[in-house]
Design a protein around this ligand. Structure first.
Ligand SMILES: *Cc1c(COP(=O)(O)O)cnc(C)c1O
Length: 349
């Protein structure tokens, strides 16, 4: 049964994407990439923010290289961008993946000699090639670049990935040097090394194409980006019920919060199924104007309880703001900025 849109009730939870902030972030990262142009990592549904909301903005501001991890992520992008602008980072793990690439025109990132053989066996064509320079996840070893199968490839982007770009680690220079040494070994059109944090490491990390993800969506992996990158994701949740507690009343599962005295609390439509994980609970607070409303007790799947004693004007249906300033929330919760975004639940869309 198809329900008419007009029938859909207003939700009690919402995610707003600031499209101007997203466009600004891409432009800023593109500028910081020096002579390189910036692409965009749009894997994991644009880090949880939604392909349909983000990819058209990135396309319209000038981005023309989009990276996903899985072949299954391609379909959501195809209404928005040309298949030839989409690259799949995991590469062709199975023969089916090659068939899919051939049929759609999406570009595989080849990560191993077996992926290279698989691609060549199907006739080859434009591809990207990942070389490992020290992260030891995916990528051809530098020592394999002389293999005859590699020489047969039509490599557009020769790439590698930094392991420690968010730190001041000597490994960044080691990987840069290793990547430079790989460049003469393989014919290619463009070279690409930097993710968001890598862009902030300096122009020598830019090469021809950069691949920011996190910073596009408001993450700040290095302090150099703090003054430039704007918050993109804004989350609000509505109050479903307000109640009065007496001294000694316990709140939520396992009664972890016990009211020290009478207080007014609100039950809010936001839980770990929406991406507000239990680790965000202790010490966290929602906001309403200038009022800070501490989270009480355990985060449930679909709700949390907050202290609204100091905000007597609040009642059922009122919207509360969920803080999403990623660097602060990461410190507060012990989660990475990446995790805070990618766990945002589908009920917010
Ligand atoms: C995810 C990913 C990126 C983007 O990294 P951020 O740290 O989010 O900017 C770039 N390149 C590769 C290979 C990736 O897997």
């Amino acid at each position: 049964m198809q329900l008419p849109d007009a029938l859909a009730p207003e939700p009690t939870i919402r995610l707003r994407i600031d499209e101007q902030a997203l466009a600004h972030n891409w432009r800023a990262l593109d500028r910081m990439s020096g002579k390189a142009s910036a692409g965009a990592a749009v894997k994991a549904n644009c880090y949880g923010l939604g392909v349909d909301a983000c990819v058209p903005v990135l396309r319209d501001v000038g981005c023309d290289a989009f990276f996903v991890a899985h072949w299954s992520e391609v379909e959501a992008l195809l209404p928005h961008v040309d298949a030839a602008q989409i690259a799949v980072l995991h590469g062709p793990v199975r023969d089916d993946d090659v068939r899919f690439a051939k049929a759609t025109g999406v570009v595989p990132v080849l990560n191993s000699l077996s992926q290279v053989r698989r691609w060549n066996a199907a006739g080859g064509g434009r591809c990207h090639l990942m070389v490992d320079t020290g992260i030891n996840r995916l990528g051809i070893a530098a020592g394999e670049l002389g293999e005859p199968e590699i020489a047969k490839l039509n490599v557009d982007v020769l790439m590698s990935h930094l392991a420690c770009a968010d730190e001041d680690s000597v490994r960044n220079q080691t990987q840069l040097k290793a990547f430079r040494e790989c460049l003469p070994a393989v014919q290619h059109n463009r070279a690409s090394l930097a993710n968001s944090a890598g862009i902030a490491l300096g122009a020598e990390f830019g090469f021809d194409l950069t691949r920011p993800g996190l910073a596009l969506y408001g993450g700040i992996p290095r302090p150099e980006l703090a003054s430039t990158i704007r918050q993109v994701a804004f989350v609000d949740a509505a109050i479903m019920q307000v109640r009065t507690l007496c001294e000694g009343n316990a709140v939520g599962y396992n009664g972890e919060f016990i009211a020290p005295s009478g207080m007014r609390v609100a039950t809010v439509s936001l839980g770990y199924a929406d991406g507000f994980l239990r680790s965000r609970g202790p010490g966290a607070a929602l906001q309403h104007g200038d009022a800070s409303l501490p989270v009480l007790g355990k985060v449930s799947m679909d709700m949390i309880v907050v202290d609204v004693t100091d905000a007597p004007e609040l009642g059922e249906g009122d919207w509360l703001h969920v803080p999403m300033h990623l660097p602060d929330e990461a410190v507060q919760s012990g989660l990475s900025q990446y995790e805070l975004l990618t766990v945002i639940g589908s009920r917010l869309r």
